[in-house]
Write a protein that binds this ligand. Sequence first.
Ligand code: AMP
Length: 298
Amino acid sequence: MPQVPLPVHDTPKAFQDACEKARRDGHSVGFVPTMGALHAGHLALVAEARRRCSFVAVSIFVNPTQFGPGEDLSRYPRTFERDLDGCARAGAACVFAPDATSMYPPDECTRVRVDRLTDSLCGPVRPGHFEGVATIVAKLFALAGPCVAVFGRKDFQQLRVIERMARDLFFPVEVVGLPTVREPDGLAMSSRNAYLSADDRRQAAQIPLALSQAVRAFQAGERSVARLARPVRERLARISSSIDYVQVADPLTLVPWADDESAGERALLAIAARVGPARLIDNVVLGEDPAPCLEEEA
Ligand code: AMP
């Protein structure tokens, strides 16, 4: 079926007007913020937004303020034409693709900081990252107006930060988190998987295997944080040039449990590790999520 080209708004005002008009026309607005290089994980968010709302907007913006010095801002993959096609097929009604100056004019000087939830996991290793995320999402929520905003649980800490920010700042936005979409071997889909060589990609398959091992141990009754986390650390150490963290944390507060503590009935197991040139993150909520891989490797 031929696709009608999606309207693409490139100024904040045009995007805000489009969302306001949609509501005036009787639509409910769904919103999916992304940095582009869209894959099936992103498109699942768009499809869910479309199930919940009659007008779905997708933003595509590589947000400079969430990248630290030396991170991958300049080489972040950009596949705009293909992204538009994916958005249209997944049921989006419009795309917002602003340039950096319209979101951050030279005289802007406002940042949004979410405390506590950013003290652990990626917070300390990526200083300023969540401030950049909270700031851009606050700007986007202000433009989208009352809506259902759909995020992925792949970025579990980001989801918690945004939920908190939306509540604390009284945004009229319902924040929804969806399960991680994975490749057939269990690797979490990520725009950054494009950085992996064939060999890196084979190594990266150890990540979902390691998480699955922990899920099975937890299901078998293991609650010792050390015994849950240590096999994951050992497995990642074999494939990663540097591990930022392997942590078991409270899924609500994100406060990590120490190795000599016991995990609760639900526990976030989160990892961040470099494989080849890519920094990959992944997580499972033990006691809730299924194992990312069905079978242990042969
Ligand atoms: P990004 O473009 O990486 O900033 O991600 C945009 C949104 O897509 C965020 O809410 C992510 O959590 C979500 N996302 C990214 N990868 C996945 C995935 N594999 N499964 C589900 N959601 C994802």
